[in-house]
Design a protein around this ligand. Structure first.
Ligand SMILES: [Zn+2]
Length: 237
């Protein structure tokens, strides 16, 4: 700690500070990191915590480095049931014309219904699982879509690629639900499936490149090369 001589003149104090400053290391400490030094990682954690409205480090959802941050935030919010589905809005006292799902218009729109159980979403999942040569039974609730990740044996990197594919599927289902609700866009199975394949390839291949390259035609025809023992595939669409 720098202690100035109170009897010194101003000029003497400035000289004392300058000399001391050069002699001693920078006393500033960054409280974001236990080491006391600033790191981009600690700042990223702080920003994530603020964005998510809580402590992102305490979430039970595993990280997935194959996806942009906005997808993780969407998934985290969905898992915490913070997405603005009609059931959740109604619980918060918001007056709505209907709390039925805007896609099937027969069931109450909860997060799980919207992303997994709605017949419109379930059909998307069926095609995604066909594409991965897997049975529809492995995605039967929100946990299966977000958390459970070992329904079938996967090769190296396969687990994170499959998880990323599931999260992108949820993200794009929600995007198209909103397009239908707010922009009156037609729900198109073919265009949603196409967007899931192209978007997942774009995000995943870019981030996986250093570890394993994926060719577009390979991804499109059969991503189950990440699967340890894939059954006979039946394709998508
Ligand atoms: Zn529905």
């Amino acid at each position: 700690m720098l202690e100035l001589n109170k009897e010194a003149t101003v000029a003497e104090r400035i000289t004392q500070i300058t000399e001391t400053s050069f002699d001693k290391p920078d006393p500033w400490k960054c409280t974001l990191d236990p080491s006391g030094t600033y790191t981009t990682k600690s700042m990223a954690h702080l920003i994530n915590s603020l964005k998510l409205g809580g402590n992102a480090l305490n979430t039970t959802i595993p990280r997935n480095n194959l996806l942009p941050q906005k997808v993780f935030i969407f998934i985290w919010r969905a898992f915490q049931k913070k997405d603005t589905v009609r059931y959740e809005l109604d619980k918060r006292g918001i007056d709505l014309d209907s709390i039925l799902c805007p896609l099937c218009e027969t069931e109450i729109e909860s997060v799980e219904h919207s992303l997994v159980l709605c017949p419109k979403s379930a059909l998307i999942w069926k095609h995604i699982l066909d594409w991965w040569a897997q049975d529809i039974s492995i995605i039967s609730n929100l946990n299966d879509a977000i958390i459970n990740n070992q329904a079938f044996a996967l090769k190296k990197h396969g687990s994170s690629v499959w998880q990323a594919t599931k999260w992108i599927t949820c993200y794009i289902i929600w995007k198209h639900r909103n397009l239908k609700v707010f922009s009156k866009k037609v729900w198109s199975l073919a265009s949603i499936l196409s967007e899931i394949q192209t978007q997942s390839y774009s995000w995943i291949s870019k981030r996986l490149r250093k570890k394993k390259s994926i060719m577009w035609h390979q991804w499109l025809i059969n991503p189950s090369f990440f699967v340890a023992d894939p059954p006979h595939r039946v394709g998508i669409g």
